[in-house]
Design a protein around this ligand. Structure first.
Ligand SMILES: [Zn+2]
Length: 549
C-alpha cells in the first residue's frame, strides 16, 4: 500500500492523508489550514490532490476543525461515501462544521466589502453553514474499541486518544495479496492528566505509525496548582469589583474550566480558601459563546466517555458541568447586556485566540478598566490579538477602534490538550510489537527534529518527517519513497497577501507614531536619545523608499 501526506506536514494544521491499496483508496482526516498567514489559509481553496470520486471512504480522528474542516468542501465536490468516526465526533461535527461555515461566510463578507470597493470580483466562501449541514448525512458513527470491517480487505478500530471528547487513535488493518499489515494513526494525542477525559489508550502493535508531534520538544509544566492559581486571580479581581474575561476555545477548554470551577469546592478545607471560594460562588459565571453552549450539551450527552473519577462523582448526582451561578447566554442581546451591566462577573467566551467571535466585544468593553482581568488559559499563536495582549501591548485595535490595555493580564500555563515529549515517547515505548517505521506529522519542524532524534536515540526505529505531497510505499522490508505529488496551484494570487501586509504596516506605523510623539514631547528625554530615534526613523524611511524602487 502507498501513503501520501497531503496536510499537517511540517505544520500543525490541515491534516489529510491518502492511503491506496491494490483495490481501495481512502483518506484519514480532511482538516482545514488555520495559520494566521493569509497564504496558509488560502491552501484551503486549493484543489484536492486526489480525485474525490475515487475515494472509497474516510476515517476521521476527531472533530477539531484542523482535522475535519475541509469535509464540507469534499462533499460539495461530490463525495458521498461514508465518513467513519466515533459518535461523539459525529455529534461535535454537527455543531462545529456549521459554525465553521458561518465563520467562512462572515469572513468572506468582510473581505468582499473591501474587494467591491476596489472594483474586484467578490469571492465565494469555502462553504456555507448550510452546506456544512448537508455533509453530516454521510457520517457513520462507531464505538470505541470495536473492530469494524469496512470491506473484505480493510478493518479499523477507534481507541480513545484522550485529546478531546470522541478523539481517536485509529488502527487500520489492510490485507493485500493475502498478507495483512497494520497502520496506526495517532490523531492528536491527549495529555495524561486532562480533566474530564480518560488518558490516551496505549496501542500494542503496529507495522507503521503516523504520529502527531505538536509538542515534540516541550515538557509541560506540572501545574497541580492551576485551580488555586485560578482562584487567586479570580478572587483578587472580584474583590476590586472587577470582571474576569477568559478567552477560551469553545470546545474542550471551556468544559474543562467549568469542571475545574465546580471541583474547586472539594479541594481544600482551609478557611482562607473557603473565603475565596465563597467569593467566587457569589458572582455569576457566564458562558458566552453559542458554540460552547451547544458543545457543553454534547459533553453532557456523552458522559460515558468521561474518566472514572468524574463518572463516580456523577453517580452521586454531581454533574461536573453544572453549578449555581453558571449562566449560558444564547442570544446576541443577552451577550450585549453583559457589557452594559456594572456587575462583577466571570465571562468565558470564544474564540480562544481572540481573533473572531463574541470575545472581541468583551475585550473592547473590559480591557480599558484596571480593575478587570483578562485571563488566558491556552496557547496564543503569533500574530493573533490574544498574543498581542499577552505580550504586553499597551493598546490594541478592535473593530477599528484603539483600546487601551489597562486590565491585568494573566496566563495560566498547563492547560493543554496535547501530549508533551515525554508522553509522545511513552506512547511509542508502550507498543509491545514496535512499529517498523514512524512518520511524524502535525508539528513544527524544530519540535519534530528534536523528537525524531529522541526516538532514534532510544528505540532505533527509523523516523521520517514527510513533506507535503510525498508518497511512500509501505512494504515488508522497508518503506520506499516513490515520488511527490505537486503542490496545487494557488487558488488566489500572492497579491492579496501583499495588500494585507501593507494594511498591517499602516496599523503598526500609526501605533509607532503615537508612541514616538509621546516620547518626544516628554521634557525628560535627552537630545541624544531624540537624535538616535531620528536616525532610526531615517533608516526606516530609506528602507521603504528602497522597497518601492
Ligand atoms: Zn485536535
Amino acid at each position: 500500500m502507498n501513503i501520501t501526506f497531503l496536510g499537517a506536514t511540517k505544520t500543525v494544521t490541515g491534516s489529510n492523508f491518502l492511503i491506496e491499496t491494490n483495490k481501495y483508496k481512502f483518506i484519514v482526516d480532511c482538516g482545514m489550514y488555520q495559520g494566521v498567514e493569509v497564504r496558509e489559509q488560502d491552501k484551503n481553496y486549493d484543489e484536492f490532490a486526489f480525485n474525490v470520486n475515487e475515494i472509497d471512504f474516510m476515517l476521521l480522528t476527531h472533530a477539531h476543525i484542523d482535522h475535519s474542516g475541509r469535509i464540507p468542501k469534499l462533499y460539495k465536490e461530490g463525495f458521498r461515501k461514508p465518513i467513519i468516526a466515533t459518535k461523539a465526533t459525529c455529534d461535535l461535527c454537527s455543531i462545529m462544521l456549521p459554525d465553521s461555515g458561518h465563520i467562512q461566510e462572515m469572513e468572506i463578507e468582510w473581505k468582499n466589502k473591501k474587494r467591491v470597493r476596489k472594483g474586484e470580483k467578490p469571492l465565494d466562501p469555502l462553504y456555507t453553514s448550510e452546506e456544512a449541514i448537508e455533509c453530516l448525512e454521510i457520517f457513520q458513527p462507531v464505538k470505541y474499541d470495536e473492530i469494524v470491517d469496512v470491506n473484505e480487505d480493510i478493518k479499523v478500530r477507534f481507541n480513545d486518544a484522550g485529546h478531546m471528547l470522541g478523539s481517536s487513535i485509529i488502527e487500520v488493518w489492510v490485507t493485500e495479496n493475502g498478507k495483512t499489515e497494520k497502520v496506526v494513526f495517532s490523531g492528536d494525542l491527549g495529555n495524561n492528566d486532562l480533566p474530564l477525559l480518560a488518558s490516551p489508550t496505549m496501542i500494542e502493535t503496529a507495522d507503521y505509525l503516523v504520529m502527531e508531534s505538536t509538542y515534540g520538544n516541550r515538557h509541560h509544566m506540572q501545574n497541580e496548582n492551576k485551580a488555586e492559581l485560578f482562584l487567586d486571580i479570580v478572587s483578587e479581581t472580584l474583590d476590586k469589583n472587577g470582571t474576569v474575561v477568559i478567552p477560551s476555545f469553545a470546545v474542550g477548554r471551556t468544559q474543562e474550566i467549568l469542571y475545574e470551577l465546580n471541583k474547586l469546592k472539594e479541594t481544600k478545607d482551609d478557611p482562607e480558601f473557603r473565603k475565596k471560594y465563597e467569593t467566587l460562588m457569589r458572582v455569576p459565571v457566564y458562558v458566552d459563546s453559542p458554540l460552547a453552549i451547544s458543545a457543553t450539551e454534547i459533553f453532557k450527552q456523552n458522559t460515558d466517555l468521561f474518566d472514572d473519577d468524574v463518572k463516580e462523582a456523577m453517580s452521586k448526582g454531581d454533574n461536573p458541568l453544572e453549578f449555581p451561578g453558571l449562566k449560558f447566554t444564547k442570544t446576541a442581546d443577552e451577550s450585549k447586556a453583559l457589557n452594559e451591566s456594572n456587575e462583577s462577573s466571570i465571562i468565558i467566551s470564544a474564540s480562544g485566540m481572540c481573533e473572531v467571535g463574541r470575545i472581541k466585544h468583551h475585550l473592547k468593553h473590559n480591557l480599558w478598566n484596571p480593575n478587570n482581568t483578562i485571563l488566558f488559559v491556552g496557547y496564543q499563536a503569533p500574530g493573533t490579538l490574544g498574543r498581542k495582549i499577552v505580550e504586553g501591548a499597551k493598546e490594541v485595535t478592535i473593530f477599528g477602534e484603539e483600546i487601551a490595555v489597562n486590565a491585568r493580564v494573566e496566563y495560566i500555563e498547563g492547560y493543554s490538550g496535547h501530549a508533551d515529549q515525554e508522553w509522545l515517547l511513552n506512547f511509542i515505548y508502550s507498543f509491545i510489537t514496535k512499529p517498523k517505521h514512524i512518520f511524524l506529522v502535525h508539528g513544527e519542524p524544530e519540535g519534530q527534529e528534536v523528537l525524531r532524534d529522541k526516538i532514534l536515540e532510544t528505540t532505533n526505529i527509523p523516523v521520517t518527517i514527510p513533506e507535503f505531497g510525498e508518497v511512500y510505499e509501505l512494504n515488508d522490508e522497508q518503506i520506499k519513497y516513490i515520488n511527490k505529488v505537486d503542490e496545487p496551484v494557488q487558488y488566489r494570487p500572492l497579491r492579496l497577501e501583499a495588500i494585507e501586509r501593507i494594511s498591517l504596516l499602516k496599523e503598526e506605523l500609526r501605533y509607532m507614531e503615537k508612541l514616538v510623539k509621546k516620547e518626544i514631547l516628554v521634557e525628560s528625554t535627552r537630545d541624544e536619545e531624540i537624535e538616535k530615534l531620528n536616525q532610526k526613523l531615517k533608516d526606516l524611511e530609506q528602507m521603504i523608499v528602497k522597497v518601492l524602487e
